[in-house]
Design a binder for this molecule. Structure first.
Ligand code: FDA
Length: 303
């Protein structure tokens, strides 16, 4: 399993393949997990998800951003998407990776970019989530978040359960809207739990903590039915109303279960990536869960 994972991670990091795929349109089954390559087709995808009673958070795909011009282009694309969502009156908000808008180029430049995004979003009280990347990005992302919180109330972030200090972060941001996740990056044992049982336990601990101790809305982002059903039972036992939390899943994953949760009366938010830079995102999903290869097989056999 580790070898398969490494192969897909290797493919995701190949710049030549990433560049080539931008010219191709969505291929190899990527259509099932990417909302669209442009703004207008992605709006159609968001609209149909809204029609099924689910909200959306959208993610502008962009890899290998290494200079200010590229970062500005990505920021402008995010702004354009926000404005179109506002015009169409859709229930959707952006999830932004700060590395894409200059975090590792110039932190002040990045801060100004995200400030501009928050200002435009705020016009319709739209929330903006700062996605959390690897450990190198964590501290600077939180510094920017803390600065933004002095001026904005429409921003939140992600807390990754695999870190030993996740509980401390949850307490610090207990009154904020946060997304809780297991954590997607490879981090060393000096910083993060390494095995599934420990990560799952930490994940459930921070879910309980955020639901109980603060006033912030809790987004629980996972495809793990065990965690979801345990959370539902916990919330019921503590009389926590369903409007205090939601579940989030990636577009194209466990669609039947997404629909079932909506039918059972729970809030569901679907994470919709979009853009021409779909290739690395798609390879990472294959690395995470090689069973997703059936998306590729189905697309090859039906085309
Ligand atoms: P995990 O992969 O541990 O699976 C647990 C069990 O669930 C599996 O054994 C299987 O039984 C079932 N299962 C999982 N996927 C399934 C599927 N497709 N079909 C059927 N059964 C399935 N990470 C991060 O570091 N920063 C971030 O900002 C974000 N943002 C984010 C947003 C959203 C909306 C999601 C869903 C996830 C993230 N993540 C993230 C990723 C997250 O940290 C984590 O890596 C992945 O969600 C994978 O872990 P899961 O909790 O889904 O379950």
């Amino acid at each position: 399993m580790g070898v398969v994972r490494d192969v897909f991670i290797g493919l995701s990091e190949n710049k030549t393949l990433n560049d080539a795929s931008k010219q191709m349109g969505l291929r190899f089954g990527a259509k099932k997990v990417v909302g669209g390559t442009g703004i207008e087709d992605t709006l159609e995808c968001i609209s149909s998800i809204n029609d099924q009673g689910m909200s959306v958070t959208f993610d502008n795909l962009g890899e290998f951003i290494s200079d200010k011009n590229e970062a500005t282009k990505e920021k402008n694309n995010i702004l354009k998407m926000i404005e179109r969502v506002q015009e169409e009156g859709l229930t959707a908000y952006p999830s932004v990776k700060l590395s894409q808008i200059g975090l590792h180029i110039d932190e002040e430049f990045c801060y100004n970019n995200i400030k501009e995004i928050l200002t435009v979003a705020k016009k319709t009280n739209m929330f903006v989530n700062l996605d959390m990347e690897n450990f190198v990005s964590k501290a600077p992302t939180l510094v920017i978040l803390d600065r933004l919180l002095q001026e904005f109330d429409n921003v939140g972030t992600v807390i990754q359960a695999y870190y030993y200090d996740a509980k401390k972060d949850v307490r610090k941001y207990k009154d904020l809207q946060v997304r809780l996740v297991k954590g997607a990056y490879k981090e060393p044992s000096t910083l993060a739990y390494q095995n599934k049982a420990d990560i799952d336990q930490s994940f459930f601990e921070i879910i309980k903590s955020h639901l109980l101790e603060g006033n912030g809305f809790t987004s629980i982002a996972t495809h793990d039915h065990n965690i979801i059903e345990k959370t539902i039972r916990f919330a019921e036992s503590e009389n926590i109303s369903t409007d205090q939390y939601e579940f989030q899943m990636l577009y194209g994953f466990r669609k039947d279960y997404q629909e079932e949760l909506v039918e059972r009366g729970y809030n569901m938010c679907v994470y919709v990536p979009f853009g021409t830079d779909w290739y690395a995102y798609f390879m990472r999903r294959l690395a995470e869960r090689p069973q997703n290869l059936n998306l590729v097989v189905k697309s090859v056999t039906t085309n």
